[in-house]
Design a protein around this ligand. Structure first.
Ligand code: ST9
Ligand code: NDP
Length: 515
């Protein structure tokens, strides 16, 4: 049977969300491991004052593409950006571009989405559901399309404990919801959102579930694969270990803990932390594209792309390894020494938020005010509390995912493809992965230099000394106040001092005798 790289040779691939975290890794891997691929058409929008061409050429300059650049300095010739705003009618693709795409595209990878947990429902619906429908409409006009691969999330059905590789009935008929929200004012939609999303925690998981249904509806007309990754983290091996470029999901939490800002968070020590490295997700995605095109399964195949059932690791273990990694490889200019603890106890967490977050933030802001600077720590903590508040749902419980299709797919790969497109999560060594992940946040998210580690360690020692001094002064101060006010405290103090004195005299006398 044709290998994965041979299948992609000469193919024209359309990718949405290519400027995002996973999209970039997909583009890189396709160019590196399938060098004979014909053209990658990327649907990109202009953003933040940059044209789509500028954005794509900036993306290709990124370190992620170093290995591709080494192998083929002209790799950019294979990339064709297509201007598209997915929330606009017909995806705002020009008629000429539509013509071009419909005449040559062989496979589509739909990665674009809003992954914000607090996205207003209307916007999440527009991008995650309606844009998916429009892309499916475009796909149906394509003359040579062989596979449509949709990236969903393992949490689309997080209102269930056990999740099979099937598409569950939608909470509401997507078309009806779209029609009824169309005429409603944003404020009304905001008010009814909690009722609509029901037992899902946010608009993201809700709209991703609806998108799956929209995709499934077209499965009689198109060959479809749906990938459901769990929490996508830094790369495991490719193109190099630890690559990550954003604060989403656990990365922001790791960084906040490494900077010594985050000291407490609600999470269940014993719950499975279903992280999966981005390179494994992309390898599976490309393999699923190949399988869908070559085998043309009758129904849309869903791939739960998770680690928990096969190679489980828990939030308590993550906490331990993240903390020890940041002590070995500290981040620059930490606010305090890294020491974050997770707890599932609400009251305990609130107590530590007060003592370890709000109190130090108040003191630091007071110091900033007194030294004529703008206070900022309280603001940072408020934003952090908002972010972790949205993540707690995922870190406080666990789910069981069936991953038969992932195993089936692996069994269809040749030994060579299993190495090149490795998604065998049993091979993950978690402590090593977490170490590289933390180093990756330092190098690629914060752009810190590894040569600064000795200075960062020195800074942590300074923070430790400040803490010791502060604690000692605080203790002396409290004791002084106590002694001044209470006769009993004075009596205890005199008793302890005279006891120490007696012990000292005894040891001195006994040591003179033995000499
Ligand atoms: C050591 C301890 C170990 C403990 C272990 C516990 C870890 C638990 C982690 C659980 C992760 C669970 C994820 C579940 C994922 C579901 C999978 C997916 O399908 S989909 C993928 C998952 N999707 C997501 O993860 C999306 C989650 N993110 C959001 O929805 C939004 O960013 C927001 C609502 C959090 C903030 O919105 P908004 O206020 O409008 O503003 P901005 O967006 O502009 O950011 C503001 C500031 O917040 C910062 N920051 C951002 N994220 C985090 C973070 N995770 N954390 C911390 N900080 C974070 C950000 O850097 C920025 O700081 P600065 O640069 O200004 O200084
Ligand atoms: N990251 C994770 O942990 C997980 C992600 N997923 C899924 O994987 C996919 C990719 O996620 P990830 O890479 O992390 O997300 P990112 O937020 O990093 O990327 C999102 C991509 O979508 C594009 N996009 C967003 N809005 C529009 C728009 N209106 N028009 C055109 N393009 C748009 C973005 O383009 P632009 O650069 O212009 O904003 C960007 O390229 C998503 O479908 C997500 O649901 C699933 C499970 C976990």
């Amino acid at each position: 049977m044709v290998s994965i790289a041979d299948y992609y040779a000469g193919k024209n691939v359309l990718i949405t969300g290519a400027t995002g975290f996973m999209g970039k890794v997909l583009v890189e891997k396709l160019l590196r491991s399938c060098p004979e691929v014909q053209t990658l058409y990327l649907l990109v929008r202009a953003k933040a004052g940059q044209s789509m061409q500028e954005r794509v050429s900036d993306m290709m300059k990124c370190k992620l593409f170093d290995r591709v650049r080494e192998d083929n300095p002209d790799f950019h010739q294979k990339i064709v950006p297509i201007s598209s705003e997915l929330t606009q009618p017909a995806l705002a693709i020009s008629p000429e571009d539509v013509e071009r795409l419909t005449s040559c595209v062989n496979i589509i990878f739909h990665c674009a989405a809003t992954i914000r947990f607090d996205e207003p429902l209307k916007h999440a619906l527009q991008l995650n559901v309606m844009a998916t429908q429009q892309l499916l409409n475009l796909a149906q006009q394509m003359h040579h399309l062989q596979a449509f691969i949709h990236i969903s999330t393992a949490y689309a059905n997080c209102n269930r404990r056990h999740i099979d590789e099937i598409i569950y009935p939608p909470p509401v008929e997507p078309k009806k919801l779209i029609d009824s929200l169309e005429w409603m004012e944003d404020s009304i939609v905001r008010d009814i959102t909690p009722r609509l999303i029901g037992d899902r925690p946010n608009t993201y998981t809700y709209t991703k579930a609806l998108a799956e249904c929209v995709v499934q509806k077209e499965s009689s007309k198109l060959s479809i694969g749906i990938i459901r990754p769990s929490i996508v983290g830094a790369s495991w091996q490719e193109p190099f270990p630890g690559w990550i470029d954003n604060f989403n999901g656990p990365s922001g939490v790791f960084i906040a803990a490494g900077k010594g800002i985050l000291r407490t968070m609600r999470a269940n020590n014993d719950a499975v932390a279903d992280l999966i490295p981005v390179d494994m997700v992309i390898n599976l995605t490309l393999a699923a594209g190949w399988y869908t095109a070559v085998h043309r399964p009758k129904a849309a195949l869903v791939y739960n792309c998770t680690t928990g059932g096969i190679n489980p690791f828990h939030w308590g273990e993550i906490e331990h390894h993240v903390m020890s990694s940041f002590k070995r490889n500290p981040l620059e200019q930490a606010f305090r020494r890294p020491n974050a603890n997770i707890t599932s106890n609400y009251l305990m967490n609130q107590y530590w938020i007060l003592v370890s977050h709000k109190f130090p933030a108040l003191i630091y802001d007071l110091y900033l005010r007194l030294s004529g600077q703008k206070p900022q720590m309280m603001r940072i903590f408020n934003r952090l509390h908002k972010a972790i508040g949205l993540l707690e749902y995922f870190s406080s419980q666990d789910w069981e995912w069936n991953s038969e299709n992932m195993n089936m797919l692996m069994s269809h790969l040749s030994p060579e493809d299993r190495k090149t497109f490795n998604f065998d999560v049993r091979q993950l060594n978690w402590p090593e992965y977490i170490e590289n992940y933390c180093i990756g946040t330092k190098k690629y998210v914060l752009n810190e230099d590894m040569s600064d580690i000795p200075a960062a360690r020195q800074h942590l020692r300074k923070l430790r000394n400040i803490r010791y001094t502060f604690n000692t002064l605080l203790l002396v101060f409290i004791w002084r106040v106590f002694i001044a006010r209470s006769q009993m405290a004075r009596n205890i103090w005199y008793f302890v001092v005279s006891l120490c004195f007696k012990f000292l005299s005894y040891f001195r006398a006994s040591s003179t005798l033995t000499n």
